[in-house]
Design a protein around this ligand. Structure first.
Ligand code: GDP
Length: 472
């Protein structure tokens, strides 16, 4: 109805045009941007979208080159369970508390920063693991500059090692390998390098491009060298930020402290955050009342690549939410309220991720170019066979990408990866875990389960030709 009046035509004309395009709509139905584009085109209009969210989106100023200064890298540690992620994070943090800054007891606020012996800074996100990393990415947050993949030298390259490498590669974040536990008698770093090479991760001393360091999170051996390698990798990225502006960055975590109110850990990515600044983070806002580092020391100002815990927001934003500093409290409140309202509306809105049924429609609109697929199966052989066959379905119009495949049930991290990369998940003779199913429902990720390879291939082939019978 709104669209009809904008184009100065009758509602019936719009509805019948929709029908001729294969869309069955009602008078008060919300149309998405793609549908609006085709319909208006039929009526000879050009549309330009000022996104519906325009008044809740903060347009961030782009920095001019001369304002940019070097900034420290932000690092995430990932790897298989028990390979020593937490120990390494703890060792780095504890060994870097120099006298004089000892301050209070170190607290887990979700991130910390250290200074190496050459005076260089590195910030770490201290929720190890690729689930947190990918959950952030799924929310559009890009914080990690370098990933450290930890592999225990007395074990093997494990499924989660592969998964972590895969997640880092999909995110195009450079990787440094840390072969841990080399203090152990059965440590065999060469075996790890060999196994890594089998998955195309060739370390430097084997002529490859991946920096690799043998470390012990227990004795600290090699840790300083590991940090140097991280800094070297970061140097190539030429990381810069402008400290002289209102702060912007990402929410790392948030909690409610009964006595003090909402405690929010932020990673500052540009500008400087000061006490008294009016902060807007997701659907929440408030004046910065106090700021602390991970040792509980009070801070007045915090610059780029520094994690900080702050008090003053009126609620708990989600990890991965962007934050901005606003000029007035009124402006912040208005935007926060609108965002809250949009979030409420969105929870009853339509799908945002790709499904096989949806492909036909997107093909018709002409904006479907790639189908990202994650394959999980019970045995390697069938996963390979299925993967190869799906790749062969690629046409000139649609490219099939297998962004991840592996043996085992469909896990939460598979679903998060699908959400971050807009992929569908194919399960062959496996099912999703209950956690994975729950997230898939929330994130609206399609999981298709098959027990016959032929069926899987045929259904995807049909979908890619826009022929799939809708299931709903
Ligand atoms: P995470 O699951 O990857 O976070 O692994 P943890 O950091 O919890 O480590 C798992 C176990 O390995 C713990 O018992 C650690 O004490 C032990 N560990 C971790 N790093 C080392 C190391 O470098 N040497 C030895 N000997 N043990 C380690």
């Amino acid at each position: 109805s709104d669209l009809a009046s904008l184009m100065n035509v009758t509602v019936n004309e719009v509805i019948s045009t929709c029908m001729s395009l294969g869309m069955f709509v009602s008078i008060n139905q919300r149309l998405d941007a793609e549908a609006i584009t085709i319909i208006t085109d039929e009526f000879g209009f050009d549309v330009s979208f000022t996104t519906a969210d325009e008044d809740v989106e903060i347009i961030e100023e782009t920095d001019v080159a001369e304002d940019l200064l070097d900034r420290a890298p932000i690092v995430t540690i990932m790897g298989h369970v028990d390979h020593g992620k937490t120990s390494l994070l703890d060792y780095i943090r504890d060994s870097k508390v120099t006298e004089g800054e000892a301050g209070g007891i170190t607290q887990h606020i979700g991130a910390y920063d250290v200074t190496t012996k050459d005076g260089k800074k590195i910030a770490f996100l201290d929720t190890p693991g690729h689930e947190a990393f990918t959950a952030m990415r799924a929310r559009g947050a890009k914080i990690t500059d370098v990933v450290i993949i930890v592999v225990a030298a007395d074990d093997n390259v494990m499924p989660q090692t592969k998964e972590a490498i895969n997640h880092a590669q999909v995110a195009e974040v450079p990787i440094v390998i840390a072969i841990n536990k080399i203090d152990k008698p059965h440590a065999n770093p060469d075996k790890i390098k060999e196994e890594l090479s089998q998955m195309n991760i060739l370390v430097e001393d084997w002529g490859g491009k991946y920096q690799c360091q043998e470390v012990s999170a227990k004795t600290g051996q090699g840790v300083e060298e590991l940090l140097e390698k991280v800094l070297l990798e970061a140097e190539l990225l030429e990381l810069k930020a402008n400290p002289e502006k209102n702060a912007v960055g990402t929410v790392i975590e948030a909690s409610l402290d009964k006595g003090r109110g909402y405690l929010t850990t932020l990673m500052i990515q540009g500008g400087t955050l000061k006490i008294g600044d009016v902060l807007l983070a997701g659907p929440h806002y408030g004046k910065v009342k106090a700021m602390f580092d991970y040792r509980g020391n009070k801070l007045k100002e915090v610059g780029p690549s520094t994690p900080v815990q702050m008090l003053g927001l009126d609620g708990a934003p989600q990890a991965g939410d962007r934050f901005n500093v606003m000029d007035t409290e009124r402006e912040a409140r208005e935007i926060a309220n609108k965002r809250e309202q949009i979030l409420r509306e969105q929870s009853v809105r339509t799908k945002k991720h790709i499904t096989l049924d949806e492909i036909g429609r997107r093909l018709a609109v002409g904006n479907f170019k790639e189908l990202n697929v994650i394959i999980k199966g019970d045995v390697d052989g069938s996963i390979e066979a299925l993967g190869d066959s799906l790749l062969k379905l690629s046409t000139e119009e649609v490219q099939v990408n297998i962004i991840h495949k592996g043996v085992g049930q469909i896990s939460e991290s598979d679903v998060l990866l699908a959400s971050a990369s807009d992929a569908v998940i194919i399960g062959f003779q496996v099912r999703p875990s209950s956690g994975a199913r729950r997230i898939a429902e929330n994130e609206e990720i399609e999981i298709r389960l098959y027990s016959i390879i032929y069926d899987a291939i045929n259904e995807i082939k049909d979908a890619m030709e826009g022929l799939l019978e809708p299931t709903e």
